[in-house]
Design a protein around this ligand. Structure first.
Ligand code: FES
Length: 352
């Protein structure tokens, strides 16, 4: 009698009578375990011809993989590296790369597909239940571990060898200090550097566009001019660092329009100099509305009233723009009368 006539002989062996750990509820285990659903045999399990077909399919896939590998080697040997081929819709590409990619991809795909088909159709698909074991160690193992530990402590003579014990604890306590020492590499501490800029008494205000010192007569009402301290040049190695603190906005306002008394005192005939660095997170302020005397930071729209001590009238900036006290020298050039009296830029530095 053939296996086709007696399909039962193709069926996988059953392990035990129950399928899964079937149990009924009792006092100790209040939830019944229904076990696994009944196993359904595949057609290959009961039909030898179907099993043969699957076998041939798997063999075909592995054979195609072998041929693709041979094609890969042949492509590598025979196709010139400079040869190109037109592949629709990609266009012209390297013939060698295309051949290598296709053959290698096909070889790998067929191995994978053959293995998957083999596992799904011919290998045993019987569900097995592997009960989870308790993670906790049994009492005798725990007792043994504690006994081993006590034995080890006794054999090390840690209690008796006080010198070793003391020096060991000292070594372990001191060792983390080496990490603390490494913190020095985070330095040097900024000190008061962040509180000072390049402005000093007598430093001329230089137009950042023309690189020429600014005369009071150069600044007209309604105009906005950006200035830097004399001596700071773009090719200086620390130019970016310095200009991030020194950049100024110079505007001229009718003195009668200036509402803040100190602003008026620190200006020269209505010419006022404010830090160009926004006090929110330090963007350069670049927009000025002459009608309202409002300066707008483009980053988050903080708005400062330059006629009223540059106080914040809108946006997230935390405090007014610092003002630089200015005057004119004997030759009519605008000059600083000192440094800023507060840190420029984000309010963070006020805590520095
Ligand atoms: S940096 Fe100016 S508003 Fe945010």
């Amino acid at each position: 009698m053939s296996s086709q006539e007696n399909p039962e002989e193709n069926l996988p062996a059953q392990h035990g009578t129950a399928h899964g750990a079937v149990s009924v509820a009792d006092e100790k285990h209040p939830f019944a375990d229904p076990g696994l659903p009944p196993h359904e045999h595949r057609v290959q399990d009961i039909d030898e011809r179907a099993a043969k077909r699957s076998e041939r399919t798997v063999a075909l896939l592995f054979t195609v993989s072998m041929l693709a590998t041979v094609g890969f080697i042949a492509s590598y040997v025979t196709i010139d590296i400079d040869q190109s081929a037109y592949i629709w819709p990609i266009g012209h590409i390297s013939a060698l790369n295309f051949a290598l990619g296709c053959t290698l991809g096909l070889a790998l795909f067929c191995i994978g597909a053959g293995a998957v088909h083999w596992a799904r159709t011919l290998m045993s698909d019987e569900e097995l239940v592997d009960e989870r074991h308790p993670i906790e160690a049994p009492p005798e193992v725990k007792t043994k571990v504690m006994a081993d530990f006590a034995q080890g402590a006794k054999e090390s003579a840690l209690g008796r060898r006080k010198l070793i014990r003391t020096t060991m604890f000292g070594a372990l306590a001191l060792f983390p200090l080496s990490g603390v020492v490494l913190l020095r590499d985070l330095g040097p501490l900024p000190g008061t550097v962040l509180r000072h800029t390049g402005w000093r008494k007598g430093k001329l205000l230089v137009n950042m566009n023309t690189n020429e010192p600014l005369r009071a007569s150069d600044v007209t009402v309604g105009s906005l001019t950006f200035a830097k301290p004399e001596g700071l040049e773009e090719h200086d190695h620390d130019f970016q660092t310095q200009i991030a603190k020194d950049a100024l906005m110079i505007i001229r306002i009718q003195p009668d329009d200036i509402k803040d008394k100190r602003e008026l005192e620190w200006s020269h005939e209505g010419i006022v100099a404010y830090s160009k660095i926004c006090t929110h997170v330090g963007c350069p302020i670049s927009l000025y509305e002459q009608q309202t005397h409002h300066a707008l930071c483009p980053c988050h729209q903080s708005t400062f009233d330059l006629a009223d001590g540059a106080r914040v009238i809108f946006g997230p900036a935390g405090h007014a723009l610092p003002q630089l006290r200015i005057g004119v020298n004997d030759e009519g050039y605008l000059e600083a009368l000192g440094d800023f009296e507060e840190p420029v830029g984000p309010a963070f530095w006020e805590r520095g």
